[in-house]
Ligand binder design. Sequence first.
Ligand code: TRP
Length: 453
Amino acid sequence: MDTPNALRSGWASRFGFILAATGSAVGLGNIWKFPYITGIHGGGAFVLVYLLCILLLGLPIMVAELLIGRCGQRDAIGSFMVLEGRKSPWRLVGWGSVAAAFVLLSFYSVVAGWSFDYVCKAATGILHRGNPEQISGLFGELTASAPRLVFWQALFILTTVGIVIGGIRGGIERWSKILMPGLFGLLILLFLHGMFSPGGMQSLKFMFVPDFTKLTSRSLLDALGHAFFTLSLGAGVMITYGSYLDPEADLFGLSFRIALLDTLVAMLASLTIFSVVFSAGMPIDGGPGLVFKTLPILFMQLPFGKVLALVFFLLLAFAALTSAISMLEVVVAYVIDEWGWRRAKATSFGGGAAFLLGIPCALSFNLWEGIKLLPGRTVFQSFDMLVSSYLLPLGGLMVSLYAGWVWTKEREKPASCRLADSGVLFAVWHFLVRYLAPAAVLLVLLNEAGLFS
Ligand code: TRP
């Protein structure tokens, strides 16, 4: 074993850690993607399957990632080298994770940039001028303009860098303590408004009354894949964040809270969005355009719509920001721990590189629309597919295999490498990471590779 780094600074409090990790988990996935895939897959039954996936698949892998990080006390690659030796092939799992986080940051920041743009539009009133066509046309105008996309993407990454540069306590934890309560406050405000609107009841029914005839094998696999993405698994985030945890922290309890909060946000966001959509009598399966094209039109028709729109896009921007922070931290922790760079230099370098890689992603919507990286896919779509469909599930698969089959002799390890000794909980966890999680993730991967279509 390599010697763990004794001088590493950590979270100031467990609560701070929970907010930061929840900040990573709660992102565009919760507010933009979950509502639209739930809409497409018909509501209640899909939600139920999704909840099972979080509980049986996501949670155990999250515990495994946190454990690897806390035991290794290093970045995602270094932790595997500490645990298994410098030349161990397991370090490649770490490599895959850091690469995934880096590429993810590059295209995530493009979509996150849209949320910044919409905050501006909502604040200046541009979002409320004109007829419905003009309003939904704003989205096309934005994505058609390369300079604007690159500008917002740059500003978003700059903000992310500005936070990560402050370090774990002074940057990530401090800002999570501001942004996350802000996010919850804004969300509850919108949610209450939504529940008292005419579509409130219908939205509750849609989300919680399951109609199993609507389930297809595609919905099962989408639920599985999304459970994974929404908990930020497979890209080394929880390994990195776990490496800043103290040895006594109860990883089961912490993971449970993070998953619960993440799920809560996804549910509240969906209920809110659906209540708005139902109130206006619009179709629920609007797809990816739901948030940027449909919602602004609907806000315009509601009382206090201008304020609600501003609140909503602010919420989206906050959620995206705390997620991007975690992606950048995975890269920065690696550069600091393995290359020995100072944080300021590592953060500027990581952010700068992600910005450059993000430019072709932004251009995918306009100037480079015709350029295909993978067959039939723009650079943006190719990166998204590479990361979301392959790298993340693969990372999760390897982590669960590692935790289930390689991780043995729990009792002989130092405290930072042990889980809470509650026997039953441990046994259930071990069963899930050993058998169920790898099998389920393998299924997702094979499906993405087109085996079942
Ligand atoms: N979980 C975030 C969301 O729902 C996205 C995210 C942040 C992420 N960090 C990640 C996804 C790491 C996978 C891996 O939007």
